[in-house]
Ligand binder design. Sequence first.
Ligand code: ADP
Length: 387
Amino acid sequence: MPTLPEEKKPALKDKSFYGLKLGILGGGQLGRMLIQAASDYNVHCFVLDPDSSAPCKGISKEFVNGNLLDFDTVYNFGKTVDLLTIEIEHVNVDALEKLQKEGLTIFPQPEIIRMVQDKGLQKEFYKKNNIPTSDFTLINMKSEIKTFPIVQKLRKLGYDGKGVLKLNSELDLEKAFNEPCILEKAVDIEKEISIIVSRNLSGEVKLFPAIELVFKEEANLVDYLFSPASISETIKVKANEIALNLAKALNIVGILAVEMFISKKGEILVNEIAPRPHNSGHHTIEGNFTSQFEQHLRAVLNLPLGETGMIMPAAMVNLLGEKGYEGEAKFIGIEEILKIPGVYIHLYGKKYTRSNRKMGHVTILDEDINSAFKKVKLIKEKVKVIS
Ligand code: ADP
C-alpha cells in the first residue's frame, strides 16, 4: 500500500499554525466537529460540500458549494488550501491524485480513499493482508445469487445501512440489487465493536479503547454506543492487534475507524473501515483525554498524538429524525434531558429532518454502565426530532 516520501510533510507555516488552510472534503457533522477541534489549533478550515446549508456552513472560514465527485470542483478547491483531508470518502480521487502529484499534502492518502470507496476492494485487501473478515464473493448482477441466507452489499456509495440487504430466500431476490455487489456470509453477530486507530506521518500509532455499537434494527444504522465495550481481555487484545495491523498495512496518516463483528462463536471479523472521524468516536469529545477529531488533526499535522484513554465510561445516543416526519426540524425534550447529570448535547445544525437522518447526538458520562443504560433509554424516550 501507499508509502510516503519523507519530503511530503504537511505544509505547516513555520509550525505556528497561524493561517494554515486545512481543506475538508465534506461539510457534514463530522466536518463540523473537526472544525470545532481545529479552532483550538488556530487552523483555518475550508470546506467543500454539495449542500448549501450543510452543518459546516457558517462555522468554516470558507465554504464552497460544489460536487465532491466532480474532478474540476475538487481540483480547484484543493488548489486553495495547504493541506487536504476528508470527512466522507465519496470524493473524486482522480483530482486528489493530480493534486498530490503537484505537491499538495493529502491525508488520508488518495490510494486509501480509492480502496475504501469500494467495499469489494476493501474485502480483497483484508484477505490479502490476513485480516479476518466474513467469507465473500464479488458479483455483477443478481442472477449470480444462488445461496441463502446471504448479505448483499453495494460495492459503492452505500452508507448508514443503505446499500445493505439481507436475503433470506429466493423470494427476496425481487428486492436484490442488480449491480456490482459483494455477497457476504451472514454472520451470527454477538456484538458489533469499533476501534479507532490513529497514526501520524512519523509513524506514531495510538488506539482508542474499543466501544460497543447497538444498531437500530430496521435501519441498519447506529442507535447508541457504550464506551468501553464489554468484551473479554482476549477479544480486546486480538481486536486491538487487528486494528493496529490494518493501520500499518495501509500506512495511513490520520485516523481509521475499524468496525468489527464478534460472532457468537467468538470470532472477530472486520466488517468495514473508515479513514476519517466516525460515528463510533463521538463520545471521545467528552469521554476521552483526546477526541477523535483532535487526534485526526494531530495526525494529519504530524504532531504528537494525544492520550486516548477514557476519562470516564460513556454512552452516546444518535438523535435520528423520527419516522414519518419530513420538513423543518423541531427538537422535543432537550431541556428535560439537560437536567440529567453528565449529559452533553450536540446538534448538527441541519435545518431539515427526515426519517432516520442523523440530526445530532447526546453523550452521557457515567461511572456505572447500568445507570448509563437507563439514561440512554430515557433520552431515547424523551428526545424526538420531528417537523
Ligand atoms: P454501511 O456501510 O451502510 O454502514 P455495513 O456494511 O456496515 O453498511 O452494514 C450495516 C449493518 O448491517 C452492520 O452494522 C450489521 O449490523 C449488518 N451487517 C452487515 N454485514 C453483515 C453480515 N455479513 N452479517 C450479518 N449482518 C451484517
